[in-house]
Design a protein. Structure first.
Lengths: 236, 236
DNA sequence: TTTGACGCTTGATAATTGTCAAATCTTCGG
DNA sequence: CCGAAGATTTGACAATTATCAAGCGTCAAA
């Protein structure tokens, strides 16, 4: 089932900010203990509440982080290559707060959490890289929380579309990066409401054809969305 | 205006997990560069968007962290002694994502952010303590986000009251830790709605008299609130 | 004690969002 | 190409939450 990691994957992982500065030997020690596995779509990799046995890295494909309570479920984030997830739980040796499932066929690296903690204890560069990563993650969630608490669903959608447009190099037309039902959950609304929200943005020049979005006039939409770097710029 | 820190405050700060393991010299270096200041209530200590010039520590009093957008405002957290705030922005040398204001007369320690980053770079124990702190903060926000996305306002209030009751050593009666208007904002609702939400919890044995809350039967309220350690236990 | 200021509550109403059911569209294996 | 399964859309309706305005209570300065 599990396969040792092929060395051909090392460079991609080494390039991650999290691993780029650590000592060679320590990096190799982490890699030697790691597994890589190809998962089909819709496989639950992690269940919230379970202990965090592995630090995960998405090499290809994509992973949905989601949470459940009382029969309800909500999508928290989508992880795309190449990045890690559940770092905080791994470091604290605490139960996972989120579940994770593959959205598509995905290659995932699994690094035993105890190895991560052991190297964290001896490699100072690694420890500092983890600080940078956690600070970044923390700030991202704060931004997301501001988005949720300060904006209506229509405003959240409008700003989401503007962020996506920016990721698409500012092109007027681009494709949604995932299903609408998941987008709805991510934005904290129902699929029905998302459908209506798209219509509600038509007066601001937003056109939807299937998964394809077109923004006629970016500044027009911005007048409504009022994007702020303190909420929408996920790079700082 | 600014006062150098009296050495009598050193032990309290040293006891914080963040500082307890670092080298003596480095701790002293941080303290020597630090200021302590007594602020009256309702003073804005930090404005979101500003660069993070100081790591803050609340010695006495309390501080509200809040965010604004488009004329709206929401309370994100209340900081009580003795703890730090805006660590993530300090470490990343990034603009603050939240504003901060004193809720009451408060003594605040200000440690220049560049000092914190400098010591972070040379003190490995400090770096590791920051990892633990940031991981904890991150997990707290995730829990708060789950609370917001998965629960109705009535459920959020019910669970909030149960958490407060736990903090009050499980006593049936306890006082709200801050104004209702701020509680409403923290829970993501209007003051009017909070007032009605309290009434909505009467059938589950919740009584409100001014700032005093009484929970007649904890298990009765829990049957409605369905608290979960993955949302409500802020110690892990 | 009076007078404001301010926070809290209440009622009426509106806006937003969610639910349910049915219709339509897409996808994909046979 | 067909047809079933699942996603999306739409409409009707209900629940939740916000807004506005008025009233009540408390507290502190005059």
């Amino acid at each position: 089932m599990h396969k040792e990691m092929p060395e051909s994957d090392y460079p991609d992982i080494r390039e991650l900010h999290l691993f780029s500065d650590m000592a060679h030997d320590n990096f190799m020690a982490l890699m030697r203990g790691a597994y890589v596995q190809a998962f089909p779509p819709q496989i639950e990799l992690i269940t919230e509440g379970d202990p965090s046995d592995f630090l995960h890295i998405v090499l290809t494909g994509s992973v949905d982080l989601f949470c459940s309570w009382n029969g309800r479920e909500t999508s928290m984030a989508t992880v795309r290559p190449i990045s890690t997830f559940i770092l905080a739980a791994t470091i604290r040796d605490a139960p996972n707060l989120m579940s994770a499932r593959t959205l598509e066929k995905s290659r995932i690296v699994l690094i035993p959490s105890q190895d991560v903690r052991a190297i964290f204890n001896v490699d100072n560069s690694f420890a500092r890289a983890i600080v940078a990563e956690l600070a970044q993650c923390y700030r991202s969630v704060i931004k997301s929380q501001k988005d949720l608490k300060l904006r209506t669903s229509l405003e959240r959608l409008a700003n989401f579309l503007l962020r996506q447009q920016k990721r698409a190099a500012g092109e007027a037309g681009f494709d949604l990066p995932f299903e609408k039902r998941r987008l709805a959950s991510f934005l904290g609304m129902t699929p029905e409401n998302l459908s209506r929200a798209f219509k509600g943005l038509q007066p601001y020049g937003v056109t939807v054809t299937g998964t394809r979005i077109t923004i006629a006039d970016q500044s027009d939409l911005e007048k409504f969305a009022k994007p702020s770097p303190l909420i929408d710029d996920h790079s700082t």
